[in-house]
Design a protein. Structure first.
Length: 318
C-alpha cells in the first residue's frame, strides 16, 4: 500500500496527466467498492474512451466500476443519473457537467452523503467537488486556431460551430476566437453557428446555408464532438472539398474516416483515456484516505493532440 500511496501523492500532486498512467500495485482488498462515471449525451465515442480509462484503473485497483450515461438531450435526466449513483451508495462519483451551476446541488448532496466527487471533461467550480480533470477547453480551442492558421496560411474567412448553454463547448469556441483575435487577425470569423443537438443532417443544413451566404468562407471550426461529419457533408454537397479547411473536435469513427479520406483536415483529440483513468484513481485516493493530509489539486490537465492523415490510422487501430 505504501507504493500506491507514494504514487498517488507524487503523481496527482506534481505531474501532468498527459503522460500515460503506470500500472498500480497495492495489497488491500477493496473489491466490494464501486465507482461511478456519470456523463451526458453518452452515446458517442468520446465517453466510451473516457470510460475505458476509468474501467482500466478500476481493474488495476481491484474495484468495480459503472458508467451511468444518458443519451437524451435533457438536463433534468442528466441530474437524475447523478441521483441514481447516490442512491446506489457508490464509493465515488466522477461527473461530467453539462451546465456548471445546475450540478451544484446534486454534487453537494453526494458529498454530504460521504461520497467523494470529482468532475471531468466539464466542471462545476461552484460545487464542493474535489478535483476537475479535463482537457483545458479554452486551450483546446486555441490549439485548434493555431492548426487552422497553419493550414490556411493565416488568412481567410471562418465559421465557428458551437453550442449555446454547454459550457465546455462554449469555452472551446471562446478559446478559438480569442486566439484568432490575438495572433491571426487576417482570419475573420464571419458566422457563428449554434448546433443545439448532435443531428448530422441539421448541422449539414446550417453549415450549407452559411457557406452559400458567404462564398468566401474557406475554413470551419467545429468545437462539438463528432458532428464534424455534418460539416464535411455540407462541404461535399456543395462540391467544395479541398477549398474549405475543416478542423473538428474529438474522435468518433465517422470523423476519423473523413480525416483519413482528407475531407476533414484534422480533429483535436482530448486525452480521454487519461481523463477516465485519473478520475477513478483520484476518487479511490479520496475514498480510502490515501493522500495522508495532502490536498487534491483543484485541476489536472489531461492534454490534447492533433489527429490528421499522418496518424489517423494509428488512432483508429486503438
Amino acid at each position: 500500500m505504501k507504493k500506491l500511496t507514494a504514487l498517488l501523492v507524487a503523481l496527482l500532486m506534481l505531474v501532468s496527466a498527459s503522460a500515460m498512467a503506470e500500472e498500480l500495485t497495492f495489497s488491500a482488498d477493496r473489491s466490494d467498492q464501486t465507482y461511478a462515471m456519470v456523463s451526458f449525451l453518452s452515446g458517442g465515442d468520446h465517453w466510451r474512451r473516457c470510460y475505458i480509462g476509468f474501467e482500466e484503473a478500476g481493474k488495476q485497483l481491484g474495484v468495480q466500476t459503472v458508467h451511468l450515461g444518458e443519451t437524451s438531450d435533457d438536463l433534468t435526466a442528466y441530474l437524475r443519473r447523478v441521483e441514481e449513483a447516490i442512491n446506489m451508495g457508490v464509493d465515488g462519483i466522477a461527473v461530467a457537467c453539462y451546465n456548471a451551476d445546475a450540478y451544484v446541488d446534486v454534487i453537494n448532496k453526494a458529498i454530504e452523503a460521504g461520497i467523494p466527487v470529482v468532475t471531468f471533461d466539464s466542471d462545476s467550480p461552484n460545487s464542493d467537488r474535489g478535483t476537475y480533470m479535463s482537457t483545458g477547453n479554452e486551450e483546446a480551442g486555441a490549439f485548434a486556431a493555431d492548426k487552422l492558421a497553419e493550414l490556411t496560411g493565416g488568412s481567410g474567412k471562418a465559421v465557428v460551430l458551437t453550442r449555446v448553454g454547454q459550457e465546455n463547448i462554449e469555452a472551446r469556441a471562446n478559446g478559438f476566437t480569442a486566439r484568432l483575435e490575438e495572433a491571426y487577425p487576417d482570419i475573420e470569423i464571419v458566422e457563428v453557428v449554434n448546433a443545439q443537438n448532435d443531428d448530422i443532417a441539421e448541422t449539414a443544413s446550417k453549415i450549407s446555408a452559411a457557406l452559400q451566404a458567404n462564398p468566401d468562407i474557406n475554413c470551419v471550426y467545429s468545437s462539438i464532438g463528432e458532428i464534424g461529419v455534418g460539416v464535411a457533408q455540407a462541404v461535399r454537397e456543395l462540391n467544395r472539398v479541398g477549398e474549405v479547411t475543416i478542423i473538428a473536435s474529438d474522435l468518433g469513427d465517422g470523423q476519423l474516416e473523413l480525416v483519413k479520406a482528407g475531407e476533414i483536415a484534422g480533429t483535436i483529440m482530448q486525452g480521454t483515456y487519461n481523463m477516465g483513468w485519473w478520475t477513478c484513481v483520484g476518487l479511490y485516493a479520496q475514498a480510502n484516505g490515501l493522500l495522508e493530509g495532502n490536498p487534491m489539486p483543484t485541476y489536472i490537465n489531461t492534454g490534447v493532440a492533433f489527429v490528421d492523415q499522418s496518424n489517423v490510422e494509428e488512432i483508429m487501430a486503438q
